[in-house]
Design a protein around this ligand. Structure first.
Ligand SMILES: [Zn+2]
Length: 305
């Protein structure tokens, strides 16, 4: 059943679990995720970035997700990191039940102005809006405490932003990083900051860049040449704390990519003579499904259907 993120996430925040929001690029990923959700009886958010839409085409992606949502599992179809309004419009027209507008790189005034506009647009389609305040860091690490503070979400500003825009959920910067480079160092979440935000902001809070290291998936990826370093990503214990303090949607992209590529590398090494793409993709599909299931257990969304 297709559902908005608003409905999914209000229930999640109230009952203190988080819905996994998993990024997809292709059929294999969609099938692995919905297979995991059915097995775990978990609601799920299937999301596509602008890059995924460029890669596969929005008609293909929205059709795949719609088929995945045809069963009993509540599924939200979500645009991840919409930065260009054309993509936001395209997503709404193609039946997405939720869009993110990411104005985190704009100045505050502009971010509020465009987010407000997106909320108005989404309402006419009955869709929800996730917005972002405070930048989630990329490859460049923070250099000083002052700089760190400048990049992380300020609780009072978050409240003012939510009031001004009317967004349905809010992505906050509390120390997570995007991408696999995070595995070079341990990521610590600023839980004290999150507590202050959650005290003021009553809508569901979203955590980006929250892939952790599933040790066996990492080992498999490294065995086949991926270089991920020694340390771990976001720790399970931090994730659980974040969920206790208002986080109701957690984005997972890197962990799924790792599973997919590790599975493919394994199959190509093990089956050098096989030319059937279905056989070569099978280990990747199983591994992605396994990763998605473990996230559902960790986030507490398993067994909610
Ligand atoms: Zn993100």
């Amino acid at each position: 059943m297709l559902i908005t993120t608003k409905k999914l996430l209000i229930a999640a925040r109230a009952k203190k679990y988080a819905v996994p929001a998993l990024n997809v690029n292709n059929l294999e990923m969609v099938k692995a995720i919905i297979g995991a959700a059915e097995k775990m009886r978990s609601p799920v958010i299937i999301q596509t970035s602008e890059g995924a839409i460029e890669y596969a085409g929005i008609e293909y992606l929205s059709a795949l997700i719609r088929v995945a949502a045809a069963g009993k599992i509540p599924v939200a179809m979500h645009l991840d990191h919409g930065k260009n309004l054309e993509y936001v419009k395209m997503a709404l027209k193609n039946g997405y039940t939720s869009v993110m507008f990411d104005g985190s790189t704009l100045d505050e005034k502009k971010n509020i102005e465009i987010t407000k506009h997106v909320v108005k647009m989404a309402r006419t389609y009955g869709a929800s809006v996730e917005a972002e305040i405070g930048a989630i860091a990329g490859i460049e690490d923070f250099v000083s405490v002052e700089e760190k503070d400048a990049h992380l979400t300020n609780p009072e500003k978050a409240l003012a932003f939510v009031r001004a825009t009317g967004c349905d959920s809010l992505a906050v910067a509390i120390g997570t990083l995007h991408g696999a480079y995070k595995f070079k160092g341990e990521t610590h979440l600023d839980i004290e900051r999150l507590k202050k935000i959650a005290k003021l902001v009553k809508i569901p809070i979203v955590l980006h860049g929250a892939s952790g290291v599933l040790e066996d998936v990492k080992a498999l990826a490294e065995h086949h040449g991926a270089q991920l370093g020694k340390a771990r990503g976001v720790l399970d214990i931090d994730i659980k704390q974040a969920i206790r303090h208002g986080v109701a949607k957690i984005n997972i992209d890197t962990d799924l990519r790792l599973a997919f590529t590790a599975g493919i590398r394994e199959a190509i090494d093990d089956l050098p003579r096989v030319i059937d793409p279905r056989k070569l993709l099978e280990p990747a599909n199983l591994l992605m499904r396994e990763v998605a299931m473990r996230k559902m257990k960790l986030f507490g969304s398993a067994g909610r259907i």
